[in-house]
Design a protein around this ligand. Structure first.
Ligand code: MG
Ligand code: MG
Length: 628
């Protein structure tokens, strides 16, 4: 199956759109008429540009309000089509996409529409062209793909076929089974779009909120499996109207588009006999992540001293020193933190750009090499830097904000990475009960969220939770979690649309997207916090009002409530159990740490997030007077 992208998905002028599509590896494009109208150049120029870029125009669209007119207006509509055919022949395109009539003055009747399409088919045939009919979900008389197919079937013309658009079909929850009985060679074009489930006007939903397959909630896989049963072998074309995409970089949106199609085809059931196989190279399955191997911090020398002090205060032991680099390993429970103060290389460059920051995350996966193979097939960007003598090359790809995502495993020599690259220090610090990395929270521009959701979801065997909105004193922050089924990896993606939220402030101070906080798990939060306080770790003070409110909301013994209040611990509860959380104050205004105790609880304390955000912004305005 050929993959394609409609120019309407991308930002820029037509040549920029075409260049972005070609750079992402597309060989085919749908030309959106408006992109042509706004382009300052001839159709021949566009044709030449496409041919230089190795792009084939598979469809010209949309041709609106064609079927169901009276005799006079039908004549005009056919004349209008002739002019489109002229344009198409200049572009070297042979398929005109016609969407169903939305006019209140159009007449209904499938036979009448079939007759119109027979006439249009004759004109197309005379020009060596074809036409394809799409049922818009809001078409006046034809708004269901089954009717569009019936019109095409009755037109019974070799130059007339049907368009299947996954958005128009799935948005109305139309039965997908009848797709299976359409002969594949009568389907001239398949357009793919996903969308989040939103309760709104279908046209507005379609024009602003479509997204790439896998980014939304529509049953795209069911649609694709029904399509496979038809034997359709034509192009699969992305047709996404989305304000975020049109505001984003054409190149990265085009790559996301290709990534989404590769991932979609990879998910499809293996082709059964007599059906075309999806045209992608076989890929290793989504990587099975067993946990976080390490989190690496890039800091300068001064930062290193204060971060080391903080780590010690949190009960981490400096357990190893790198054999050749200015890099230390900090351990507690199953957690490994790395402080990198090198004067050149990736971490240094990252620190120069962002200040003290998390520059890399290492994931412990089942098979690092096949994870890397899958990443490359998904067009993720591999990262390599020279390794010193005796060092291991840990495979990595570029992650959020240019940071790195490393992969280690236990089945290759990577299992020995700590022994090979680090010398034990022999030091010990009394631990504070931290056992694992519970979750990592990453802040990004709202526009980037869909992109990173696709990145993690296509590469790793994770599921996404429902989006939630969190109230920050400066505006709303949208939050979405990707996690493995067993919770060994949990990443919280936060996107802010307002410039005044903590999340947005982080983005501007950090010069980009990145890790804003890391949460560690403990089996006894009160004991952990007591230890941290004794070690002099500055904890985030929580307002008294929170505890007054909590007292009214939950049924806790007053001694417990008093303990929570005294230690600035937040509390939540779901149907699975209780949740305790506490936070450090931020390090260098850049990032902070959280400590959580899950007593079966599955969430992330979303009800408490506004309390934490308010406490942080209060502290940012009035640096702390310690409580007690
Ligand atoms: Mg469409
Ligand atoms: Mg958290």
């Amino acid at each position: 199956m050929r993959t394609a992208i409609a120019t309407v998905c991308l930002s820029g002028d037509l040549t920029e759109k075409l260049e972005a599509a070609a750079a992402a590896g597309f060989k085919s494009v749908e030309i959106f008429e408006n992109d042509l109208l706004t382009f300052n150049g001839s159709n021949e120029e566009i044709r030449r540009r496409m041919s230089d870029l190795g792009l084939q125009p598979i469809a010209f669209q949309p041709f609106r309000d064609f079927e169901g007119w009276d005799e006079v207006r039908r004549g005009r509509a056919l004349a209008r089509a002739e002019r489109k055919f002229d344009t198409m022949s200049e572009l070297g395109c042979d398929l005109l996409m016609v969407c169903s009539n939305v006019s209140a003055e159009a007449h209904g009747g499938l036979d009448r529409a079939a007759d119109d399409f027979r006439r249009l088919g004759d004109l197309a045939r005379a020009r060596g062209m074809r036409v394809a009919f799409e049922a818009l979900a809001w078409g006046r008389h034809v708004n269901d793909y089954r009717d569009a197919w019936e019109v095409v079937r009755r037109a019974d013309h070799p130059n007339v076929g049907v368009v299947l658009d996954s958005f128009h079909i799935c948005a109305k929850r139309t039965d997908l089974r009848p797709i299976r009985s359409i002969p594949g060679d009568r389907i001239f074009l398949v357009q793919i779009a996903d969308a989040p489930l939103l309760d709104m006007d279908v046209m507005q939903w379609s024009r602003h909120f479509r997204c790439f397959p896998g980014q939304g909630d529509l049953p795209i896989d069911d649609f694709m499996n029904a399509l496979a049963a038809t034997g359709y072998a034509g192009p699969l074309s992305l047709e996404i109207f989305n304000d975020q995409f049109r505001a984003g970089s054409a190149r990265s949106v085009a790559i996301d588009g290709r990534r989404s199609l590769i991932y979609m085809l990879d998910r499809m059931a293996p082709a059964s006999e007599g059906q075309p196989a999806p045209a992608i190279s076989p890929m290793p399955p989504r990587s099975n992540c067993r946990g976080v191997e390490f989190i690496e911090f890039a800091v300068d020398e001064k930062g290193s001293a204060s971060l080391s002090r903080l780590f010690k205060g949190m009960g981490f032991t400096c357990s190893g020193r790198h054999v050749s680099k200015d890099v230390t390993r900090w351990s507690q429970g199953d957690i490994n933190l790395v402080i990198n103060t090198e004067k050149d290389g990736f971490a240094h460059a990252y620190q120069i750009t962002h200040g003290a920051s998390v520059c890399a995350i290492g994931l412990h996966v089942e098979d690092a090499a096949s994870t890397m193979d899958r990443a490359e097939l998904l067009l993720d960007r591999p990262f390599r830097q020279p390794v010193g003598p005796g060092e291991l090359e840990i495979p990595a790809v570029r992650g959020l904000g240019g940071s790195l995502l490393y992969f280690t495993d236990r089945s290759s020599e990577l299992a020995r990475v700590w022994d090979v690259e680090f010398r034990p220090t022999g030091e010990t610090v009394s631990p504070a009960g931290l056992t694992t990395v519970d979750h990592i929270s990453q802040s990004m521009q709202y526009e980037e969220m869909l992109s990173w959701l696709l990145f993690y979801g296509s590469l790793l065997d994770v599921e996404k939770t429902k989006e939630t909105d969190i109230a920050d004193p400066g505006g709303l922050v949208r939050s979405q979690v990707i996690q493995t089924r067993d919770g060994t990896l949990r990443i919280v993606l936060n996107g802010s649309q307002s410039l005044r939220t903590q999340s947005a402030r982080f983005l501007s101070e950090f010069f980009g997207s990145g890790v804003q906080h890391v949460a560690f798990g403990t089996d006894d939060l009160m004991a952990t916090v007591a230890r941290l306080e004794a070690n002099g770790v500055a904890m985030l003070p929580i307002s008294e009002n929170y505890y007054d409110d909590l007292e009214g909301r939950v049924d806790l013994p007053s001694a417990v409530l008093e303990d929570l209040r005294r230690h600035n611990v937040l509390y939540d509860k779901d149907e699975h159990g209780e949740y305790l959380q506490a936070y450090t104050q931020s390090f260098d205004s850049m990032f902070f740490f959280e400590f959580v105790e899950r007593r079966g609880y599955k969430g992330f304390g979303a009800v408490n997030a506004p309390i934490r955000l308010a406490a942080q912004s209060r502290l940012a305005r009035h640096p702390a007077v310690p409580k007690r």
